[in-house]
Design a binder for this molecule. Structure first.
Ligand SMILES: *Cc1c(COP(=O)(O)O)cnc(C)c1O
Length: 401
């Protein structure tokens, strides 16, 4: 039995993960995704109604009736699946329509869809850069960018998080054919934004391309929700945007690279996840088109999210909690101690509030926190309830007085 040996190795690894206190357990949700959900935790416990402060459902669109209707229409009119990659027979009129609408929404020349933003980031670097080129990436970029960069043969330069001096030194001293600066628009663990205006200025000065992953920004950052490039007034200065449909833009699945025309064209020739992975399902494509229509018609949801963000940051700070500074709907409550973060998360759950603790290795050692995320699916009464729970549990653990 070949498996006996492997079984022991895997079981030991799992035991070690548990012993380190790093074992992750899934909460089972028995309702649609929303601001208030029904959850079983542990998985065999009875269902419980709780307020959800940890979804990436920023605009509350993942269960929006218009989005669901559009998905139904997509299903009825274009079928369930494509059974093909895009370039063989997986491209419908709606795939092209979504690419056109998305690039218009983000202010880019064209776009190419992928099954996920993870795949989009897996496609870009290998297809566009060679060993003669250099990638300059922020130390805290998302795992999918790190993996994508690893797939390419380009030289790698990692600059300290949002440290423009460090980036400038590296840009200045490197000799490469092409230089590409890579950042997240909004960093998911700290909730801070990249300094996109300064990045754009450095890109110009050192003749570098600028790429941002806007997964935690598309749809709600900036006055009309275009993203971090809109927030900083540099919409025309970005060469490549990657983003996901799995967060604010409906929350189902899918991602895209939006970029200059030749970049998109080349990705359709050379992007491996584009060439060797299935086309997005028609219901997802149709629903995402509808999401972009909704967001182009009104900023109501984005504005509501912004009001929630302002309220929540101010209320927690006034109560005495230490927050990571910023102005995005990702609001990390700093606790520093992994055990406190875990225990507080459990106690909050008992109070009807769903907010997960993060600790090493997801964040640096000694930087444990509870990350809260706001959503337009939440109502003020949810936030009032959650605030009371945070104050009660914060006092219990001596985090606030
Ligand atoms: C969530 C996320 C991704 C992955 O998106 P998927 O479409 O779920 O694969 C990529 N990049 C960043 C910055 C993210 O936050």
């Amino acid at each position: 039995m070949a498996y006996a040996k492997a079984k022991k190795i895997y079981a030991d690894t799992i035991s070690q993960i548990r012993a380190d206190g790093l074992y992750k357990e899934e909460r089972v949700i028995c309702s649609p995704q929303s601001g208030q959900i029904r959850v079983r935790f542990p998985a065999d416990a009875p269902e419980k109604e709780i307020i959800n402060l940890c979804a990436n459902n920023y605009l509350g669109l993942s269960s929006h009736p218009d989005v669901i209707r559009a998905a139904h229409e997509g299903l009825d009119q274009r079928g369930y699946g494509m059974s093909s990659v895009r370039f063989i027979c997986g491209t419908q009129d709606i795939h092209r329509e979504l690419e056109t609408r998305l690039s218009r929404f983000l202010g880019m020349e064209d776009a190419v869809l992928f099954s996920s933003c993870f795949d989009a980031n897996g496609a870009v670097f290998e297809a566009l850069l060679t060993a003669e080129d250099g990638i300059f990436s922020d130390k805290l970029v998302h795992a999918s960018l790190i993996d994508g960069i690893r797939l390419s043969k380009a030289q790698r330069f990692v600059f300290e998080h949002s440290d423009m001096n460090d980036l400038e030194n590296k840009l200045g001293s490197a000799t490469c054919r092409l230089k590409l600066i890579v950042t997240d628009g909004v960093f998911s663990m700290d909730g801070d934004m990249a300094k996109m205006d300064q990045l754009a200025a450095l890109a110009q000065k050192y003749d570098a391309l600028l790429m941002t992953d806007e997964s935690h920004a598309s749809g709600f950052i900036g006055r009309t929700g275009r993203g971090v490039h809109e927030h900083f007034g540099v919409m025309d200065k970005i060469d490549i945007i990657t983003t996901t449909f799995g967060k604010a833009l409906g929350g189902a699945a899918g991602g895209a690279v939006c970029a200059r025309r030749e970049i998109v064209e080349l990705l359709k020739q050379r992007g491996r996840p584009y060439l060797f992975s299935n086309s997005l399902p028609p219901p997802v494509v149709a629903a995402t088109i509808r999401v972009l229509e909704i967001l182009s018609q009104t900023t109501e949801r984005r504005d509501k999210l912004e009001r929630h963000t302002v309220f929540w940051r101010k209320a927690l700070a006034t109560a005495g909690f230490e927050l990571k500074p910023g102005n995005t709907p990702i609001v990390p409550v700093m606790l520093y101690d992994a055990k406190v973060a875990q225990q507080m998360s459990r106690d909050l759950y008992d109070e009807g509030v769903f907010a997960v603790g993060f600790f090493f290795p997801v964040v640096a050692k000694g930087q444990a926190r509870i990350r809260t995320q706001l959503s337009a699916a939440l109502e003020q009464e949810h936030l009032d309830h959650a605030l009371k729970a945070f104050i009660k549990i914060g006092r219990k653990h001596g985090v606030i007085r």
